[in-house]
Design a protein around this ligand. Structure first.
Ligand code: ADP
Ligand code: GN1
Ligand code: MG
Length: 381
């Protein structure tokens, strides 16, 4: 077995170097928070000395590292974003309960996320920098930003649908609402209007047309929340962040293995999960594509997602099934509103790599909504 040749200080300073951005301002903002403090690695038993620790993945919210022990075992170490919740214990109890529930139904350990508790037995470790957790790395897996072929699309939707189906008999009331009102679209619009009014970052005048587009659709965007409140749509345990890169695939077979990023698993609507699948996965371009002529809603992808999701969830109600296109539109509008709110507030929520990225993200979402409208995705009053 290969011996660990680096000291922990060396490993950490390499991680810092790998992250150091080129210009001063960004460097000050990013570097210190992006290196695990030495005490964090000591707080978990990785089964051996640490051979390597480096930044990993492409998430917008948490700060993720891949840790390799000298035994060869690998782990995902994450600093849980403070923006998610102040109650890390409640959050991790949710994830532990949900993964335990699925573990009982899955014989293959690579098919469900697995927490490595801290040495003190808790599901996370807290220090002055924040809250840290560790998952066992799902070996021989890959994470995708874009689906490669039709089979992938069906299987992705099936995997997220199956996740919801596996949690059908989970007592939803036991879950803490990690981010209250996460998909409460009218509330997202209220925050948006406040951001427009305050215009803290002085960016409003450059985005008037985007603001107008979104406000014009506010009434329609509130339909899911209104129906939820009236009990017209069933509340289920949902993932609430069904982006393609929140599934791990087997590197050899390409089969979806494991649904990850369980921070937002909460009571919700099936249409949130279906809607987010479409918003991200049925787009022909990246979420921050600058060239809008490349951004399209691919209707054949839509159809494969619809088939995969509904096959995995045979007991969707008639109303849920009829509203699938509306779910896609509402969640895309909501995401545009969230990105533009963050842009107006000076990019305080989503991680950004360059100034204007949240605006680019907003514009792709608006473009997708326009194409959904061309395809007839309307709530019929
Ligand atoms: P975020 O909330 O920031 O999106 P995620 O939990 O989705 O964070 O993790 C970020 C990335 O880390 C994922 O996109 C994936 O590439 C990788 N990842 C997370 N958990 C695992 C795991 N258990 N095994 C392998 N890779 C993982
Ligand atoms: C965030 O964590 P990540 O990158 O999977 C966000 C989602 C957004 C998404 C947009 C907790 O997801 O709600 O839809 O960015 N997660 C949270 O890309 O806010
Ligand atoms: Mg993620």
């Amino acid at each position: 077995m290969k011996k660990c040749t680096k000291t922990k200080a060396e490993i950490l300073s390499e991680a810092a170097g790998a992250l150091k951005p080129e210009t001063g301002l960004e460097a000050e903002k990013t570097a210190p928070a992006s290196v695990p403090p030495s005490g964090v690695l000591d707080a978990f038993d990785f089964g051996g000395a640490i051979r390597d620790c480096h930044p990993f993945g492409n998430g917008h919210i948490n700060t993720t590292f891949l840790v390799t022990a000298d035994t060869g075992s690998r782990y995902i170490l994450q600093k849980i974003s403070d923006l998610l919740t102040t109650d890390a214990e409640g959050l991790m109890n949710n994830i532990a309960a949900v993964t335990r529930h699925i573990q009982k139904k899955e014989s293959d350990p690579r098919r469900v996320l697995s927490i490595l508790p801290a040495r003190d037995g808790r599901y996370f470790f807290q220090d002055v920098t924040g809250n840290w957790r560790v998952y066992r790395y799902v070996e021989n897996s890959v994470c995708m930003e874009q689906a490669q072929n039709e089979g992938d699309l069906y299987r992705i939707a099936f995997a997220f649908g199956r996740f919801m189906e596996q949690l059908k008999d989970f007592p939803a009331e036991e879950l803490m609402e990690v981010i209250p009102d996460f998909h409460n679209t009218p509330m997202r619009y209220r925050k948006f209007r406040q951001a427009v009014e305050k215009d803290i970052a002085g960016r409003r005048s450059s985005v008037e047309s985007e603001i107008g587009f979104l406000l014009k659709r506010e009434e329609e965007a509130g339909v899911l929340q209104r129906m939820r409140e009236r009990g017209e749509l069933p509340v289920r345990v949902t993932h609430n962040d069904t982006k393609l890169n929140n599934i791990l695939f087997d590197a050899d077979s390409g089969e979806p293995l494991c649904v990850i990023d369980l921070d937002t698993v909460m009571p919700g609507l099936s249409l949130y999960d279906f809607g987010d699948l479409i918003r991200y996965g049925a787009s022909t371009a990246a979420e921050d594509e600058k060239d809008l002529s490349r951004v399209h809603l691919d209707l054949s992808r839509y159809e494969l997602f619809r088939k995969g999701f509904t096959d995995a969830c045979p007991d969707l109600t008639k109303t849920e099934t009829e509203l699938l296109p509306v779910g896609a539109k509402v969640i895309t509008l909501e995401q545009a509103v969230r990105f533009l709110t963050d842009y107006l507030e000076g990019d305080v929520y989503y991680k950004t790599d360059y100034a204007g990225q949240n605006l680019d993200r907003t514009r792709t979402q608006i473009r997708l909504v326009s194409e959904m409208e061309k395809a007839g995705f309307y709530w019929k009053y």
